[in-house]
Design a protein around this ligand. Structure first.
Ligand SMILES: *Cc1c(COP(=O)(O)O)cnc(C)c1O
Length: 452
């Protein structure tokens, strides 16, 4: 019953992955085609599974973004290494409800191992608790819920029991270039946008430690500081060691947004960027970006298990508590959930420590080559290339936009635009395992044509 449709899906997947190098990286105007192929009447009687899958693949194909290929540099987007794609198929075939040990002993143990491996490869405190969630956004929510629990608990307020009605005010501090998901996390946790005190940043988007010291001096009471390891435009790191000193002195909880940048820690030549990161109280990062695992896969880590568990665990009479075994629902905001650790397990094992280091190093080397090539074309590089991000612009905003549009329309390579210090810029993020020197060359050729 399963066999034919699963084999067909495997063939179609392989066809797609084999096509990514030759097809347009991002579709042109396909909205009408997609709707006419996919917007079918809801059938009264079911359709044969093989037909469903074949029609789906055919209908979706023109609208698929080839971010699995080597020349998609939009946002911060990883591909998915082969072992993790295959493990993700198994995840669906196994279809385990992965909320507890009892509901899936296998996934519980796989995720226990993943938690240990992640702490090991990123060199975070080994006793930390780990939550595998949908993305860095929910990793922020999870870790900052633990932060809120801890800072309020330390002034005698039980937020789990009493919520924020009548609670002491929690001070929230973040750099001016923090990611928008941090603000949304605070909003979901009952601390609105206006609660966030903004610390100015330098020309690379790094929080100014002196300015943070001033902000913290003026505050008293429960405080959470959010710092960043890897700014989305420049790839810059906040001065984490200095920030850790200041947070420690202020008795504040320090949370790190390391969505992609935390992976720099897996590559010895980049470790210096992350010095001090291990002193934080919590971290949020993605597996679906730089580790190249399929969506959706984010990770929250909390150094002190207790507030994490208090913030997340739930109890029900029908739930069987397990002491020495991992119940994911104690650590995540989810009840029923996908066994999303399975794909991370496969990625980490297939790459190994050396493979992850090499993936990170390769992306950074490509970023440097692209920046050098673009400079040779007379374009202006706006950031110091310390990581995998390149910010570039032409002589005027109009010319920058025209160039970006030409490149995007060309279909050979794709990247997104941004604004940096009030000027238009093109942002190139090299985060995929499959980008090669040939892709770098083809990217530079596309720029060369567009700058004519
Ligand atoms: C991508 C990103 C996020 C959000 O992560 P999601 O996986 O999209 O939820 C947060 N912070 C930074 C720095 C990012 O690059």
């Amino acid at each position: 019953m399963h066999e034919e449709v699963l084999r067909r899906a495997a063939e179609l997947s392989i066809d797609f992955l084999s096509s990514v190098d030759d097809a347009r990286v991002v579709p042109g105007d396909v909205l009408a085609d997609l709707r006419s192929a996919l917007d079918l009447p809801l059938p009264q009687q079911g359709v044969d599974p093989v037909t469903v899958v074949e029609d789906l693949a055919r209908g979706a194909d023109p609208g698929l973004v080839r971010s699995q290929g080597g020349r998609y540099f939009g946002f911060v987007t990883g591909g998915a290494v082969p072992a993790s794609v295959a493990a993700d198929w198994l995840t669906s075939a196994w279809d385990q409800n992965s909320f507890s040990y009892v509901s899936s002993p296998a996934v519980s143990v796989i995720e226990e191992v993943v938690a240990k491996w992640l702490l090991e490869i990123l060199d975070l405190p080994p006793q930390s608790s780990v939550a595998l969630v949908t993305g860095c956004q929910m990793a922020h929510v999870t870790a900052l819920a633990a932060a809120r629990e801890h800072v309020l608990n330390s002034v005698g307020w039980d937020v789990a029991a009493d919520g924020l009605y009548g609670s002491p005010r929690v001070n929230v501090v973040g750099g001016a270039m923090r990611h928008a998901t941090v603000d949304r996390a605070f909003r979901l946790l009952g601390m609105g946008d206006s609660a966030v005190k903004q610390v100015p940043t330098d020309s690379s988007g790094r929080m100014l430690a002196v300015a943070l010291a001033e902000v913290l001096d003026d505050l008293s009471g429960p405080t959470i500081v959010v710092a960043q390891a890897g700014e989305v435009n420049t790839g810059s790191f906040d001065p984490l060691d200095e920030i850790a000193d200041l947070a420690e002195t202020a008795g504040a909880w320090l949370h790190i947004d390391g969505a992609f940048g935390l992976w720099a820690r897996a590559e010895p030549s980049l470790r210096h960027l992350t010095v001090g990161v291990e002193r934080a109280d919590s971290w949020a990062f993605d597996a679906h970006k730089w580790l190249n695992v399929p969506y959706d896969s984010g990770v929250a880590v909390v150094a002190d298990k207790e507030p994490h568990r208090v913030a997340m665990a739930y109890a029900g009479a029908y739930l069987v508590p397990s002491q020495d075994r991992r119940d994911a629902s104690d650590w995540t905001p989810d009840a029923s959930r996908r066994g999303r650790g399975i794909a991370i397990y496969a990625a980490l094992r297939s790459l190994g420590r050396d493979g992850v280091a090499d993936l990170v190093a390769r992306c950074c080397a490509h970023a440097r080559s692209i920046a050098t090539g673009l400079e040779d074309l007379g374009l202006e590089i706006l950031n110091e290339i310390t990581l995998n991000q390149v910010l570039v612009r032409a002589s005027t905003d109009e010319e920058t936009i025209r160039m970006l549009t030409d490149i995007q329309d060309g279909g050979e390579v794709w990247m997104s635009g941004t604004s940096w210090q009030e000027r238009k810029a093109i942002r190139i993020s090299i985060s995929g395992w499959s980008t090669t020197a040939e892709d770098v060359k083809r990217t530079l050729d596309a720029f060369s044509q567009a700058s004519r």
